[in-house]
Ligand binder design. Structure first.
Ligand code: COA
Length: 261
């Protein structure tokens, strides 16, 4: 991986923590940060040793306060589609990653920050987290998949309300809406719990975990028959060594030792 300037990476027990590290700008997603995220996730796809990913923001104040508004001067009706599609492509990469990805949301997750958190498989938050899609304040709409994923997560009525009013909601409200899975007291506990959850998942059969991602994502792909995707994925699991190992371990009353094969 080339030198990263806007992300810091740390690997512990197969769990990679990616910290978006532009604290003075509330970790806003500028072009370079997005490129680095793309490169990092592409390399995760090729690395079987990474069992899980935590995505978080540097400092106590923000996860990510949005796309970098200071770069908006260069965006117009000609390159706007490309701006949106290239962000969508990166967020799709996160959503389709076979290693589980948890957004550990500390502080503001606004605009592209909320969209980034929604592209992750699960969202854990600290009590000071704040979520919102304030794009209409700037004369735009969410463009990194937010109109779709927010609706998937909270339903049409609430998604429209949040995107039309640009209101921010706190961590507890986000949890009640289903936007957040769990809320923890502070950032340290949040990161510890995210790690714990990924360590638990790392003990399961990796091929099965990756196929759960594919099948759940199939629900939202209009061109795909999710039941067929599920049956195909199930059949694939049945041909793995891990399936034999899991069933044998149950019968022998021992812990399964999965190898991802
Ligand atoms: N893009 C670029 N810079 C951003 C940013 C963004 N999305 N969000 C915050 N920043 C920068 C500020 O410009 C400021 O930088 P500066 O010190 O160089 O001027 C720094 O981060 C601190 O932000 P500041 O606004 O001073 O903090 P605050 O505590 O007063 O307010 C927010 C925090 C999150 C409410 C406010 O920064 C904000 O509204 N940000 C934009 C949110 C948004 O609209 N996101 C969607 C973009 S599509």
């Amino acid at each position: 991986m080339s030198d990263l300037k806007n992300l810091t990476l740390s690997l512990q027990d197969g769990i990679l923590t990616i910290t978006i590290d532009r604290e003075s700008q509330l970790n806003a997603l500028n072009h370079d940060t997005l490129s680095e995220l793309k490169e990092t996730f592409q390399s995760i796809y090729d690395d079987k040793d990474i069992k899980g990913v935590i995505l978080t923001g540097a400092g106590e104040k923000a996860f990510v306060a949005g796309a970098d508004i200071k770069e908006f001067a260069e965006v117009n009706d000609v390159n706007g589609r490309k701006f949106s599609e290239s962000g969508q492509e990166i967020f799709d990469l996160i959503e389709n990653c076979h290693a589980p990805v948890i957004a550990a949301v500390n502080g503001f997750a606004l605009g592209g920050g909320c969209e980034l958190a929604m592209a992750c498989h699960m969202r854990l938050a600290s009590a000071n987290a704040k979520f919102g899609q304030p794009e209409v304040n700037l004369g735009i709409i969410p463009g990194y998949g937010g109109t779709q994923r927010l609706t998937q997560l909270v339903g049409k009525g609430k998604a429209l309300e949040l995107m039309m009013t640009a209101d921010m909601i706190n961590a507890e409200e986000a949890r009640e809406l289903g936007l957040v899975n769990h809320v923890f007291l502070d950032k340290a506990t949040l990161l510890e719990k995210a790690h714990e959850m990924l360590a638990k998942i790392a003990g399961k059969a990796p091929i099965a975990i990756g196929l759960v991602v594919d099948c759940v994502n199939a629900v939202y792909n209009k061109e795909e028959n999710g039941y067929q995707t599920e049956a195909n994925a199930f059949a694939r699991c049945c041909g793995t060594e891990d399936f034999k190992e899991g069933a044998a371990a149950f019968v022998e009353k021992r812990k399964a030792n999965f190898k991802g094969q």
